[in-house]
Design a protein around this ligand. Structure first.
Ligand code: PMP
Length: 437
């Protein structure tokens, strides 16, 4: 037994797969066995493994300026270039960017930015945040309180009550709809619940609504048509900010540049990015807010002498260089278009799995998808054990997938995937599910 406390792991389980190296969309274990990385690591490795150009960009930044910070009057070119680059890409008006190291700390920063902003404009009571059931927004004490998955809350005394986190419905029609309820009725019912929650709590106490445009960790939930239109109309009515957590859905993943584009979310006030921002070659995250939120924050920071929030590694120059090069390669090599085309092909190919009895729902958008297994299609009985076995069967067959939401298998391959590799991925998935069916 090693001294590692393994993250997000059943600590009682003993089986482990040790990876040794990676190349393109494949990883190899210590025995040299090859696996197609069907989840791009943890939904993050957009460019796949061993991208020499990216490695070179990171190495040369390490050699030139291995560290610098941006506290109190210091800065450096990579952090300026990356902030400007992101500000020019996102649908956030006059975007301003705060850098961190992970999706979790970026969401924590957003909670603090919200407070700072509402205090600055004289609305200190506007601080509650609405999250959704089945949301995943990270695991730090604050972001972990926005997360709704039981395993992330249980035994940690989470959520932290002081944060004022409110929970509303998840938009998964397959699991959430009542008997005979149409998609439109489902949408208007859960939108109605959201409005009721806001009225009960008092709109003047609610700062923001956070959502993954398409959820990842909770099973790749693609909300029904009209859901975000209804949500946005309600938020606008009560002056509540829309906060898009694009940690997984950012940068081509869902078939468009952002998940907001795919889901027709217009002009979010805040966005969170990490993971594919640097293709996971170097940790970096970005918390982005609207320019008109930033402006009032200047005066109180002048009064105190500093805006007292920042990490040693906020805007680390090597991380920024990694992100800049990653974004350059995504654009130059047409990887957003590739993700859209391969995504369409993947979603179509996955539909063929419905001929296997235990496949209950196939869902996704672009290069993110999930296949939910059931022991009874009519009853939609979750087949949790079969999903675990299918995940292991995939591994035996040389495909890495992730078992999510108990009975689903998630796919989220690197954006560089080719048509033949999509075929290989879907063939291996089919074979594995058939083996356990
Ligand atoms: N938000 C979302 C939507 C995520 O999927 C994740 C991680 N899976 C996080 C936040 C947290 O990111 P990190 O693990 O880098 O802290």
């Amino acid at each position: 037994m090693s001294a590692v406390i393994y993250p997000t792991t059943n600590l009682a389980a003993t089986e482990q797969l040790l990876f040794d190296r990676g190349e393109g969309i494949y990883v190899y274990d210590q025995n040299g066995k090859q696996y197609l990385e069907g989840l791009a690591g943890l939904w993050c490795n957009g460019l796949g493994y061993g991208n020499q150009e990216l490695i070179d960009a990171i190495s040369s930044q390490l050699a030139k300026l291995s560290y610098s910070h941006s506290f109190g009057g210091k800065s450096h070119q990579p952090v300026i270039d990356l902030a400007d680059k992101l500000a020019g890409m996102v649908p956030v008006k006059d975007a301003m960017v705060f850098f961190g190291n992970s999706g979790s700390d970026a969401n924590d920063s957003h909670i603090k930015l919200l407070r700072y902003y509402f205090n600055a404009i004289g609305k200190p009571e506007k601080r509650k945040i609405i999250t959704r059931e089945r949301a995943y927004h990270g695991v730090t004490v604050a972001a972990g309180s926005l997360t709704s998955l039981p395993a992330n809350l249980a035994h940690f005394d989470a959520p932290l009550d002081a944060l004022g986190i409110l929970r509303t419905d998840h938009p998964h029609y397959y699991r959430g709809a009542g008997a005979g309820e149409s998609e439109a009725d489902f949408v208007s019912r859960i939108a109605g619940n959201l409005e009721q929650l806001i009225l009960e709590e008092g709109p003047e106490t609610i700062a923001a609504f956070i959502a993954e445009p398409i959820t990842g960790a909770s099973g790749v939930i693609v909300p029904p048509a009209g859901y975000y239109d209804a949500v946005q109309a309600i938020l606008d009515k009560y002056d509540i900010l829309f906060w898009a957590d694009e940690v997984i859905t950012g940068f081509g993943r869902t078939g468009n540049l952002f998940g907001c584009d795919t889901m027709n979310i217009k002009q979010p006030a805040m966005m969170t990015f990490a993971k594919q921002l640097s293709s996971a070659y170097y940790p970096i995250s970005a918390s982005i807010i609207r320019g008109d939120m930033y402006e009032p924050m200047v005066a109180p920071s002048a009064e105190v002498g500093i805006f007292g929030h920042g990490y040693t590694y906020s805007g680390h120059p090597v991380a920024c260089a990694a992100a800049l090069k990653t974004l350059e390669i995504y654009e130059r090599d047409g990887l957003y278009d590739n993700a859209a085309a391969m995504g369409d092909y993947l979603q179509t190919s996955l539909q063929t799995l419905y001929d296997i009895d235990i496949v209950g729902e196939v869902r996704g958008a672009g290069l993110i998808a999930a296949v939910e297994l059931v022991s009874d299609r009519e009853q939609k009985t979750p087949a949790v054990e079969l999903a675990k076995k299918a995940t292991l069967a995939c591994q035996e067959n040389g495909l890495i997938v992730r078992n999510v939401a108990g009975n689903a298998l998630a796919l989220c391959p690197p954006l560089i995937i080719t048509r033949d590799q999509v075929d290989e991925m879907v063939d291996k998935l089919r074979r594995s599910i058939e083996q356990v069916a």
